[in-house]
Design a protein. Sequence first.
Length: 483
Amino acid sequence: MTREDDRTLFINGEWTSAGNGSLFDVLDPSTEAVIGRASDGGAADARAAVAAASAAFEGWANQTAYQRAAALERAHRIMLRRADELAALMTLEQGKPLRAAKNEVLYGADFLSWFAEEAKRVYGTTIPSARANQRLTVLRQPVGVVAAITPWNYPISMIARKVAPAVAAGCTVVLKPAEQTPLCAIAMFEIFEEAGFPPGVVNLITTGNPEAVGDVLLESREVRKLTFTGSTAVGTELAARAASTMKRVSLELGGHAPFLVFEDADMDHAAKGAVLAKFLNTGQACICPNRIYVHSSGYERFIEAFTQRASRLTVGAGHQDGVSIGPLIDSAATEKMERHVADARNKGARLLTGGSRVSVDGLAGTNFYAPTVLADVTPEMEIYTEETFGPVAAVIPFDNEDEAVRMANNTDYGLASYVYTTDLVRATRVSERLRFGIVGINDINPTSAAAPFGGVKNSGIGREGGAQGIDEYLDVKLVGMTV
Ligand code: ADP
């Protein structure tokens, strides 16, 4: 960290310490050693940030789209310049392998340039009126102050994915990052500072006490929009509370992605894709497959190829060469793996590889879990319905397409889904029937700053990225005029 430890709040263009003067520790999940400290912002700090964002709103909204775009373009250039440093910081603080961290930084940077462009395309419309002397015009205007709450699993890109469309639209932002990863957030706000956003346009409250800061953001009438990425449980509660001040909300919540492998798929390609998607970020992504359904004719062949590939993955600290499975974020996450595996085995699942914590030479961390494959998983098992969020894969056989689609859709979640098939007609049919916000067909990474990301049902509301992403930060205004 480049700054004084206790000045990690960014309010009205100034780095400050928490009003109560306290700090909280930040840990390296690979060693569980303290790697830094951040200011423990509280309610008074959050109120100051909301006041700054509120005061800055009109001036920022009245800048031209070209001026707002220019600030985002500057931030984009700085982010690319600092990409290696950001990646190293993320690996240290969050644990993911360095290459994955670098990919995340570049993915995050894409949102800055994408929304710099989109700022210039906030078009309105005119509507023919039934009255000859009337003109109807539709304007799209920024919603106002935005509260953004971000998670630890993608600690940089989730910030870019929210701040970029908000400021492009002309909104101002108060961001509260996850308590596990404040250092990445601080680094992002150093970039925003260097890019020259006017004071109050972007504000950061680091805190170890999310509820106290969350309460202020939710209760404030000045905050007109909540954008949240995190668990379905917390997102549901925050959205319910946001309703009392009638805030706009967008929510990116949990997932329980099905991964369908049909009899006509290339089994090796499917196994390779399933490993990449399942163990992405050590399984700690909301788009990770949670239920891998394979047609019975290719089932044994698939699980052999899948297990072989999974068991070859190296577990370790993200900065070590060749590591693709980093530590889980904390002991609660690791205990969940243990619980899911024990429950599935007790109910008859076959454990094909992994199934336990591993210790890594030279690292004190206790939250390394072996890449694990469970076959013959059934609906009675916890892992079949609960989001795993870790490196444990559940494989399930099926006999026909209708059954597979029905099982895939039989979940309260609806974020990502995956289909492996070489039959174009089947691919079309199945992608239309899946009740998910995202479908990957022979594709494990159907995400891009240029494309709308988001879910249905308990996976959330709204979309991030794409042409739709900026709409979340714009209100529609109708102007009728008699001429
Ligand atoms: P996860 O299970 O991935 O940690 P959470 O939903 O608990 O997901 O956390 C996602 C984000 O929500 C984090 O920034 C966390 O600090 C924040 N958060 C959790 N509870 C609250 C709350 N009551 N008010 C405001 N923010 C919260």
